[in-house]
Design a protein. Structure first.
Length: 178
C-alpha cells in the first residue's frame, strides 16, 4: 500500500537500483561480453518528469555498463549522480544526500535485492517492486503493485509528484531538455 499523501509530500529526491527495478532483471550477453537490458519507456518517462521538475535523481547500481549510463543521461540524470559498480550503496547514497543537502528521510529509494536493504532502511520511503526478494519486501516501507521494469518507478514517482502538485508536463521545457 502506498504511503499517505502527507508522507509522499516529504520526498525531495529519488534514487534507485537498476537491475530488477528499472528492468525485469533479465540480462542478455553477447559473445564479446556486452550486456543488454530492457528498460520500460514509461518508467523512463517518470525519471524525465522528475528531472524536468527539479528533483535530484540518483542511479545506484552494482551494474557497470555504458548502456546504463547512456540510458539515464538521456533521462536527465547528471553523470555524477550515476553510481555504476556500486559495492557500498549506503556510502553512495550518503554522498548523493550530502551533495544536495538532503536528509536521508527526504529521499525515496527503490531496490529489489539484498544489497539494497541498507539504503531501503535508511531512506525516507523504501520501495521495492512486487517481485523483489522476500528480505527486501520485509525491509521496504512500500511494496509496489508493479514488478521491476514494468511500472514500479512510474507509479511511485507519479504518486509523489502528484501529491506535491508537481506532475506537470511542460512541452517547451521537455523539447529543449530532451
Amino acid at each position: 500500500m502506498a504511503p499517505s499523501p502527507e508522507k509522499l509530500r516529504t520526498i525531495r529526491a529519488f534514487a534507485f537500483d537498476v537491475d530488477g527495478v528499472m528492468t525485469d532483471g533479465g540480462i542478455l550477453c553477447d559473445l564479446e561480453g556486452q550486456l543488454y537490458r530492457n528498460f520500460d519507456a514509461k518508467d523512463g518517462f517518470a525519471v524525465r518528469m522528475a528531472t524536468l521538475n527539479g528533483y535530484p535523481v540518483a542511479v545506484i547500481t552494482g551494474g557497470n555498463s555504458g548502456s546504463i549510463r547512456r540510458r539515464f543521461l538521456s533521462c536527465g540524470v547528471p553523470q555524477e549522480d550515476i553510481y555504476l559498480g556500486s559495492r557500498d550503496k549506503i556510502r553512495d547514497f550518503e554522498h548523493f544526500c550530502r551533495k544536495y543537502s538532503l536528509g536521508p528521510e527526504e529521499v525515496m529509494f527503490f531496490g529489489d535485492d539484498i544489497p539494497d536493504i541498507e539504503v531501503i532502511e535508511a531512506c525516507g520511503i523504501g520501495v521495492c517492486p512486487s517481485d523483489a526478494v522476500e528480505e527486501v519486501k520485509q525491509a521496504a516501507h512500500w511494496v509496489s503493485d508493479y514488478p521491476g521494469g514494468k511500472g514500479c518507478i512510474r507509479d511511485a514517482f507519479e504518486k509523489v509528484m502528484k501529491a506535491q502538485d508537481r506532475w506537470v508536463f511542460d512541452v517547451g521545457a521537455y523539447k529543449s531538455k530532451f
